[in-house]
Design a protein around this ligand. Structure first.
Ligand code: HEM
Ligand code: ISQ
Length: 153
């Protein structure tokens, strides 16, 4: 599967808007993920012992941003023929997630969190097409990470 130019543009358009509101959207992202899967809280080192989601935790923000940025980058698949991630490697991502005890089913939870966050972030620019573009980008990236996790397991 690959991205159309239109899908690429939609992913980029959303991120350009979301970038301006990172603290609030990061918090929203974690809130959504934990609402769907409360047990996922125990997986994150900076959430485990917290009563509630910390409002201003730099780790929380940077983690959330990484997920969104990497999803954006996954759209380079069209040009490069493979999923590219910057600042880290797929191998590293595979091993971190394996080590933390992440399983396949969690990826669907995080996907839902990503989509809800984009919807909130872009407001009236939200559309079925934009949802499709983000879904596709996320699925490609998740599949690449899961492949690495399986290789190592
Ligand atoms: C850590 C990205 C899916 C749980 C990380 C890190 C990155 C990342 C980049 C490393 C952060 C760092 O060391 O700087 C992604 C991407 C995903 C994804 C791009 C999907 C496409 C998931 C899923 C789960 C998960 C499905 C399960 C809930 C975690 C946990 C850590 C982590 C628990 C370690 C956090 C900590 O305690 O420091 N992820 N992740 N990730 N991820 Fe993900
Ligand atoms: C998965 N991996 C890293 C960071 C995350 C932030 C929120 C939800 C899922 C995540």
């Amino acid at each position: 599967m690959s991205f159309s130019e239109e899908q690429e543009a939609l992913v980029k358009e959303a991120w350009e808007i979301m970038k301006e509101d990172i603290p609030a959207l990061s918090l929203y992202f974690f809130t959504q993920v934990l609402e769907i899967a409360p047990a996922a809280k125990g997986l994150f080192s900076f959430l485990k012992d917290a009563e509630e989601i910390p409002q201003d935790n730099p780790k929380l923000k940077s983690h959330a941003v990484k997920v969104f940025k990497m999803t954006c980058e996954a759209i380079q698949l069209r040009e490069k023929g493979e999923v590219v991630v910057s600042g880290s490697t797929l191998k590293y991502l595979g091993s971190v997630h394996l080590q933390k005890g992440v399983i396949d089913a969690h990826f669907a939870v995080v996907k839902e969190g990503v989509l809800r966050t984009v919807e909130k972030g872009v407001g009236e620019k939200w559309s079925e097409e934009m949802k499709g573009a983000w879904s596709e980008a996320y699925d490609q990236l998740a599949a690449a990470i899961i492949t690495e996790m399986k290789k190592e397991a």
